[in-house]
Ligand binder design. Sequence first.
Ligand code: ZN
Length: 158
Amino acid sequence: MKTAVQEQMPAWYFSRYGKPLEKGLVDKAYMWVHRAHRQTRRCADREFEGRGFEIVYQELSFCGIRLRAKLDLLGKQLIIDPGSEADLLCELDTLGFPLDPSPRDLILNHELFHLFCPRCPSDIAELAAHLYCAEKLNLDYFPGMLDLVEPTTKQVAV
Ligand SMILES: [Zn+2]
């Protein structure tokens, strides 16, 4: 039986990249995810802290383009857009997904994967980051689905 994550993954991929999700890509993403799991045994907060990363809030969205968070590898900062947690909460609610784990946890775990990502940015890296987040937080949904929710007027305002 397919899990919700396995069911939602191809839908997310197709709507984001306009092509079917190939099995080879999924296998590779899982390989990256499992490697990242081995390097990140603690919760995301501790993992960032342990690597000398500071978590800061700073406006990242512009011209209607939503950017939830950004990793500044040189400056050792994880920058979270202050509106993104509220947006995510709305999106979780719209899709009927549980509101716990929190939007902050979703962001932190997704970005934590990118720290270990061999090839960023790429479609496989995004797939793997969402999968990593789903596994680490035991989600019964594929978090990429949240990206597909139509933005509200507030979010597209410049
Ligand atoms: Zn990402």
